[in-house]
Design a protein around this ligand. Structure first.
Ligand SMILES: Nc1ncnc2c1ncn2[C@@H]1O[C@H](COP(=O)(O)OP(=O)(O)OP(=O)(O)O)[C@@H](O)[C@H]1O
Length: 250
């Protein structure tokens, strides 16, 4: 469903993504892991067509995101990082807007809004402006907006960030049933427990390069995913030179 080849992007002298290849199968949930600044958001933004790569190709359901943007983008649902929202709309208006923008008729946009709000625990919030939402509620309404047109491929940048455990469990149930029905999910996360619970396969990106990819068990290689991740990311830095921190200001 998703085929990425030789993806590359620099910002000035910073090489953010340095030749990434990825394949994600239909019906699977793929986790994209990496330390801060590793290149996850840059990669996901190139996959969804928000950012133009300097080299490489992205095929979504066989369609090139840059050469055939129409069919590729119709197949995609996306939750970008730090997305600017039309936050004077209420949650219900925002989801209705996302639905009709993707070609749903009005009645379907309204009924799917209700279904998604129920599945993600957003019913009480639907009538309030999105700008009054908490960070976690914004994630949930953005996830609902990504799902409303039932895309073939979902690309979610840190969908669980700031989301409480009950809501995260609801979101995971929803993603699992979506994947069982043949949907494909690519998500990035720093939460290793959630990734181990929800993902079939993972890839670890460090400094713009993939250092490991495969099933969760293959990448874990007999350890916990967190231990393996820390090792791939270069281990923990020793806390030195911060003696002043324990002198306390008073
Ligand atoms: N628009 C930009 N202009 C300049 N540099 C950028 C820009 N976007 C990203 N970068 C740089 O590219 C690198 C990769 O950033 P990216 O946001 O993809 O990392 P990330 O893995 O998503 O990090 P995090 O886990 O902190 O969200 C970083 O060094 C970042 O500073």
């Amino acid at each position: 469903m998703l085929e990425v080849r030789g993806l590359r992007k620099s910002f000035g002298r910073t090489v953010a993504v340095d030749g990434i290849d990825l394949d994600v199968r239909r019906g699977s949930i793929f986790g994209f892991l990496g330390p801060n600044g590793a290149g996850k958001t840059t990669t996901l933004s190139m996959i969804t067509g928000l950012l133009r790569p300097q080299a490489g190709t992205v095929l979504v359901t066989g369609h090139d995101v840059w050469r055939q943007p129409g069919p590729a983008k119709r197949a995609l649902g996306s939750l970008p990082d730090r997305m600017r929202l039309f936050d004077r709309l209420t949650g219900a208006q925002m989801l209705y807007y996302a639905g009709v923008l993707h070609g749903l008729d009005r009645a379907s946009a309204r009924s799917r809004t209700r279904d998604l709000a129920a599945a993600l625990g957003l019913e009480e919030a639907l009538g309030r402006p999105v700008r009054d939402y908490s960070v976690g509620m914004i994630k949930k309404v953005s996830l609902a907006a990504a799902l409303i047109h039932s895309p073939r491929v979902l690309v979610l940048d840190e969908p669980f960030e700031s989301v409480d455990p009950v809501s995260a469990a609801q979101a995971i149930d929803l993603l699992r049933s979506y994947a069982r029905a043949g949907g494909t999910v690519v998500l990035s996360s720093h939460n290793m427990d959630l990734v181990e619970r929800v993902c079939d396969s993972v890839a670890v990106i460090v400094s713009g390069r993939l250092l490991a990819s495969g099933t969760v068990d293959e990448v874990r290689d007999g350890r916990s995913l967190e231990e393996r991740f820390v090792e791939l990311a270069g281990g923990r830095a020793a806390v030195e030179g911060l003696e002043w921190l324990t002198t306390f200001s008073d």
